[in-house]
Design a protein around this ligand. Structure first.
Ligand code: AHR
Length: 298
C-alpha cells in the first residue's frame, strides 16, 4: 500500500514480541522489565517489544494478553500474576500457535518455555534454614505473597513440608497474604505483635524482601526486634544491608529473569527449538557470606 510511513508501518518489519508483566509494585519487577527492555533496545534492533502492566490484577492481565495477541505478537513473554486466572488466555495463545515463555511464575498449562529460579527449592531451603536457626523449636510468623501465584504456593508448601519433616516442633502461629508488598506486611506484623506477647515469636518468614523489611520496620517501631529473626527472599541490597546490621538473618537470591526473558523469547520467536525449562540459580545469603553480596543486589 502507498501512503506516508506511520509508526506502525515504520515498525512493520520488526518482530513484535509481547511482554505481559503481572505487576510493577515491587522493585524486583521493575528490574525485570527494565533489564529486558534495555537488553532488547541495545541488542535486538529487529524487535519491537510491547510491554504491559497487569497492576497485580489478574483480569487486567488477561485483557493485556488479549490485546497483545490482537496486535499480532510473534511470541508472548509473561510473568503471570496468578496461575489459574491466566491459564486460559495462555492456552489460547499456544493453541493459536503463538509460543509462550513464562517468567518466574507459572501457569497450569503447557508452555513453550519457563525461565526462573526454583521456588520449591527456595521454600525447602528456607525451611531447613529456619529449622537450624531455631534449633528445632519455636514459633514462626509467615508473610505470604500474592494468593494463587505459583511462587507463593511453592514458597509456602515446601516450607511447611520441610518444617514438618525436619523440625515438627517449629510451629507457624500466624500466616497471611501481603501481596509481596511492604505496606500490608507492616500492617500484618503490627497486628501480629498485638496478638502475641514478647517472647512468643522467634522468627518471621516473608515470601520476599520487601515484606521482610516491612516486618523489620514493624518490629523496630514496637521495640520488639530482640529475639526475632527475619528471613526474606529476592536479594535486595536493603536486605543484604539488614543482614549485615543484624536486622535480618537470611535471604535467598531470586533472579529477576533479565535479560534472559527477552533473550530466549527472541530465540523462540526466530524459531529456535529449546528445552522447556531454564532453571536459574538461587543462593542462600546470611551473615556468613553477606559480604560477598553487599551492593550486588538491586
Ligand atoms: O513471583 C515472585 C515474586 O514476585 C518476587 O519474589 C517478588 O518480589 C515479586 O513481586
Amino acid at each position: 500500500a502507498m501512503g506516508v510511513a506511520t509508526g506502525a508501518q515504520a515498525g512493520g518489519d520488526k518482530l513484535k514480541i509481547g511482554f505481559s508483566q503481572g505487576t510493577m509494585e515491587s522493585s524486583w519487577r521493575v528490574n525485570m522489565v527494565e533489564g529486558n527492555r534495555k537488553y532488547a533496545e541495545a541488542n535486538l534492533p529487529d524487535v519491537e517489544l510491547v510491554i504491559t502492566n497487569g497492576e497485580n490484577n489478574a483480569s487486567k492481565q488477561v485483557a493485556d494478553v488479549e490485546s497483545l495477541l490482537a496486535q499480532g505478537i510473534k511470541t508472548l513473554i509473561i510473568s503471570p500474576v496468578t496461575a489459574d486466572a491466566l491459564t486460559p488466555v495462555v492456552k489460547q495463545a499456544m493453541d493459536a500457535g503463538i509460543p509462550v515463555v513464562t517468567l518466574d511464575r507459572k501457569v497450569n498449562t503447557d508452555v513453550t518455555l519457563h525461565i526462573g529460579a526454583d521456588n520449591k527449592l527456595i521454600g525447602k531451603s528456607a525451611g531447613s534454614y529456619v529449622c537450624k536457626a531455631l534449633g528445632g523449636k519455636g514459633n514462626v510468623v509467615e508473610i505470604q505473597g500474592t494468593a494463587g501465584a505459583s511462587a507463593t504456593v511453592d514458597r509456602h508448601d515446601l516450607f511447611v513440608e520441610t518444617l514438618g519433616k525436619e523440625c515438627p516442633d517449629v510451629k507457624i502461629v500466624a500466616s497471611q497474604v501481603a501481596n509481596y508488598v511492604r505496606e500490608p506486611a507492616i500492617k500484618f506484623m503490627e497486628d501480629t505483635l498485638q496478638r502475641f506477647k514478647d517472647g512468643e515469636i522467634q522468627l518471621v518468614y516473608a515470601h520476599n524482601d520487601d515484606m521482610a523489611l516491612g516486618a523489620v520496620t514493624a518490629l523496630e517501631a514496637a521495640n520488639r526486634q530482640k529475639g526475632v529473626m527475619v528471613v526474606g527472599i529476592d536479594g535486595e541490597n536493603a536486605a543484604y544491608d539488614a543482614i549485615k546490621a543484624g536486622k535480618m538473618v537470611a535471604t535467598f537470591t531470586y533472579h529477576f529473569v533479565a535479560p534472559e526473558g527477552v533473550q530466549y523469547g527472541y530465540k523462540i520467536a526466530k524459531g529456535e527449538k529449546l528445552d522447556k525449562e531454564i532453571v536459574l540459580p538461587t543462593h542462600q545469603v546470611d551473615s556468613s557470606n553477606v559480604d560477598q553480596f553487599l551492593g550486588k543486589g538491586f
